[in-house]
Write a new protein. Sequence first.
Length: 395
Amino acid sequence: MTHSAPPTEGKTPAGDPGPGDGGPTPRPPGLRMGRLFGVPVYVSPSWFLVAVLVTVMFEGQVHDVVQRPASYLVAFTYAVLLYGSVFVHELSHAVTARAFGLPVRSVTLHVLGGETSIEREAPTPGREFLIAFAGPLVNLVLAGLGLLARAFVPMPDVALLLVDALTFANLLVGVFNLLPGLPLDGGRLVRAAVWKATGRSRSGAIIAGWVGRGVAVATLLAGALLATYGTGAGQGIGWLALLWSALVASFIWVGATHAIRAEHVRDRIPLLSARRLARRATLVTADVPLAVAIGRAHDDRAGAIVIADHDGRPLGLVSEKAVTATPEHRRPWVTAGDLSRGVDERLTLPADITGEELMDALRRAPASEYLLVEPDGRVYGVLVAADLDRAFAGI
């Protein structure tokens, strides 16, 4: 149903690796099913719940054509084909983004449809429009092909039932995703249009986000009306329509709110300064007991410990998380070097780095601590990712 750019709201891309780790291992969004066009494809465990639900609901229609238990197999086939349509929708976003040189992290099928995770936002409103429109366009094309097949291709009753259901589903998915509010594809189209008209992507995102909130409210009201006055209410389907509309409405509301807040976060990014956020660092050699290193840091009023050689050249960063996890009675018997991680070029940043350049450096090398150095190579301090997270809330 959606495609997403990297999240920025209230978080840095930094993780929390332990000693010796080069960075966090991202948790996969679901069960990995393989790669297609170079894009990893995942299926969330929630999809199986929806597949069962769709099978049970659709089986009532299939039973009029096919006897049980074969009717359940046909209904399950519909559930698979339905999500196949969703998959093609998301894959079209991914392929279009890759055609424009944007890296795609994954395509995931989940309880509400699917999501394409794109690592960077489109650089122009035109490309944003095309990436967003690719998904609904595929669904509308599939719906059109279904109508043509029904009109001109002789089919048995079971095939006709599946074609009719898939045609309606693709039409519904295509039209629904064109609703003009984030995080739906239609919201991306609104964002692109406002961006083109004003020259500011921020204005487009905020407007599309507020429209998305309106779409969420309208979706919930539509579900309530269907539950109250719909023909299926007396057959026990009304409550399910209300529940499903509430789930979709909450998804849209949260996505729209995230989009609005993300723009406010972007306004704060230029104010971020590594030098201002840095912690004073105490330099110790790797063989110094941890208890001694902590004592020196306390005397220096420092908030971080850096492993250095006898000439003061930095060799590693001591993980704050590892220090906290070490019981106090063991600290005299553990060296500071045991809890350190080697410092490479990716984890060494200029002390004067600021704003978007700082965020880009953290995205390239996620970690919990970074070494800050002066232009002459002297250690200025340590930037802790958790401090950067707190700075977003305090700017």
